[in-house]
Write a protein that binds this ligand. Sequence first.
Ligand SMILES: NC(=O)c1ccc[n+]([C@@H]2O[C@H](COP(=O)([O-])OP(=O)(O)OC[C@H]3O[C@@H](n4cnc5c(N)ncnc54)[C@H](OP(=O)(O)O)[C@@H]3O)[C@@H](O)[C@H]2O)c1
Length: 286
Amino acid sequence: MQQRTIGDRSVSAIGLGGMPMSIEGRPDEARSVATIHAALDAGVTLIDTADAYHRDAGEVGHNESLIARALRERGAGPDEVLVATKGGHLRPGDGSWTKNGRPEYLKEAAKASAKRLGVEAIGLYQFHRPDPDVPYADSIGALRDLLDEGVILAAGISNADIAQIDEANEILGGRLASVQNQFSPRFRSSEGELEHCAKLGVAFLPWSPLGGIRNAPELGSRHAAFNEVAAETGTSVYQVALAWQLALAPVVVPIPGASRPESIRDSAGAADLELTPAQIARLSAA
Ligand SMILES: NC(=O)c1ccc[n+]([C@@H]2O[C@H](COP(=O)([O-])OP(=O)(O)OC[C@H]3O[C@@H](n4cnc5c(N)ncnc54)[C@H](OP(=O)(O)O)[C@@H]3O)[C@@H](O)[C@H]2O)c1
């Protein structure tokens, strides 16, 4: 499997997104564990999660605990698999997502995540989403303190614009490891942030790289060019979407979500799918 870099870590070019295994519509736990194990078997060494990936109130960290259990069962430790989690979003249990970017809250949340993940220090901790009620510098200041205290080994941000990327990198003293923004054939509004990360050498993790849990099944019917290239390469439209993202810049590391072993097995194959420059140009223009 092709490798990419996040901070000072080498990881598989395709990660696994944990959200579909823990929010509304999630499968039973046995299927989720089988999905995580299928990812490991396919060579995936990056798993993205968040303390807010849960469905009901009172089950904060459902996804983190699930991943920790699946990794324990396989004896896969933090040196083998980078588990990237996030803090700053909350789910009160009514289906909504609220925010809390207060530094004291983020510091407590990170420590609780480390405990659930069963690690001394979190491999990559990402500030989930800017909180309009808290100065961005204050939230990122908490990440800097967590880094300095050794609670987290690398710091990332999510749902950030170019100015926030620069501000975060400055506050972190040039130690910003990753930016996680929405990016897929359908949602391309973060193209500027992707290019900016490529210039800075900061990893860019496209979230919902297949259009999101609800839209992923329609990827082929919505995007004819992606379907055509899938036919040309004899692969799935999902692999083409992910391989196209990988081709955009060497800092890109897509994290397709999955709740079925077959999904992540297929998606992982994108790391080794090479598209021609003409195919890449056609997909970018589509
Ligand atoms: N930072 C943020 O604010 C934020 C927001 C949203 C998501 N995320 C992260 O990004 C990850 C990915 O986003 P997402 O899960 O929302 O959407 P996504 O990756 O665009 O789509 C996920 C869905 O695609 C299906 N799928 C994946 N690979 C497939 C394949 N090869 N063939 C057929 N179907 C396939 C899966 O189906 P099955 O379920 O049937 O396997 C899954 O439900 C999340 O899991 C989460 O870790 C972050």
